[in-house]
Design a protein around this ligand. Structure first.
Ligand SMILES: [Zn+2]
Length: 207
C-alpha cells in the first residue's frame, strides 16, 4: 500500500483530488468535508481509489457522497465559503440557449466521475471574442463568452470550452523554475480525451 498524504484545504468549492506520485498517494479535500460523518469519508475514499485504479464505483458509495453534498448543511457551508472567499461580478449561468450549470453537470459525470465541485458559472457580461472562456481560481468562477449562447452553436463547442476550463480546476497552475505552467503535459493529455476535440476546435477557430 502506498504512503498516504491527506490534507484538507481551504478551497473555494468542494474539490477533491487524488494523485499517485513517487509512491505516495496525495489526496486533497475541501475543508468543508473535514467535519463530515465517517461514512462520508469512507465513500470519498472509495470513489477516489476507484477513480485512480479505474475500478467501478459501488453505487451505494456514490449515493452516500451525493446525498451528503446535497444536504442543507453542506450546501449552506459551500455558499458561505463562496461568498466569503470569492467575490466577483456574476451575470447568470442560464443563457437563452444553453444553461452552463446543466452542461457542467453533464461533463462532470461523463469525464470526472462527478467529483469536481461546481464553481460559479456565468456567461460573460459582454460579447467577448478574444476571451472565449476562462477560469478564475481566486473567485472559483468559470466565465464563458456570451457569443456562444446561440441556437447555432454546436453543443460540443460549449462542452469543449467548459471541459477545458474544468481541466484548469483539476490541474491548478504550477510554478516551475519561476515560470507558470498553465497547460501542463498532464493537462494537455487529458484534453485530448475529449471525443469531439477536432470538431469543437474547428468551430471555435472559424468564429
Ligand atoms: Zn486554458
Amino acid at each position: 500500500m502506498p504512503a498516504l498524504d491527506i490534507r484538507f484545504r481551504r478551497f473555494t468549492s468542494l474539490n477533491t483530488t487524488i494523485r499517485l506520485k513517487d509512491g505516495t498517494l496525495h489526496v486533497r479535500l475541501s475543508d468543508l468535508l473535514e467535519a463530515s460523518p465517517e461514512t462520508v469519508h469512507h465513500a470519498i475514499a472509495h470513489i477516489l481509489l476507484a477513480k485512480l485504479y479505474r475500478k467501478p464505483i459501488v453505487p451505494s458509495h456514490a449515493d452516500r457522497y451525493r446525498r451528503y453534498v446535497r444536504s442543507e448543511a453542506v450546501a449552506k457551508g459551500a455558499e458561505h465559503i463562496r461568498i466569503t472567499r470569492g467575490r466577483k461580478r456574476i451575470s447568470t449561468p442560464v443563457g437563452h440557449f444553453y444553461d452552463l450549470n446543466e452542461v457542467f453537470d453533464a461533463i462532470n459525470l461523463r469525464f470526472f466521475h462527478g467529483l469536481l465541485g461546481r464553481p460559479t458559472l456565468t456567461w460573460s457580461a459582454h460579447h467577448a471574442r478574444r476571451m472565449l472562456g476562462h477560469y478564475d481560481a481566486a473567485h472559483n468562477t468559470i466565465v464563458v463568452s456570451r457569443v456562444f449562447d446561440r441556437a447555432d452553436t454546436p453543443r460540443c463547442a460549449i462542452e469543449y470550452l467548459l471541459y477545458h476550463e474544468m481541466l484548469h480546476l483539476k490541474h491548478p497552475v504550477r510554478v516551475k523554475a519561476g515560470r507558470r505552467c498553465v497547460h501542463s503535459r498532464e493537462f494537455q493529455a487529458e484534453e485530448r480525451l475529449f471525443p469531439e476535440l477536432e470538431e469543437a476546435k474547428a468551430y471555435l477557430k472559424c468564429l
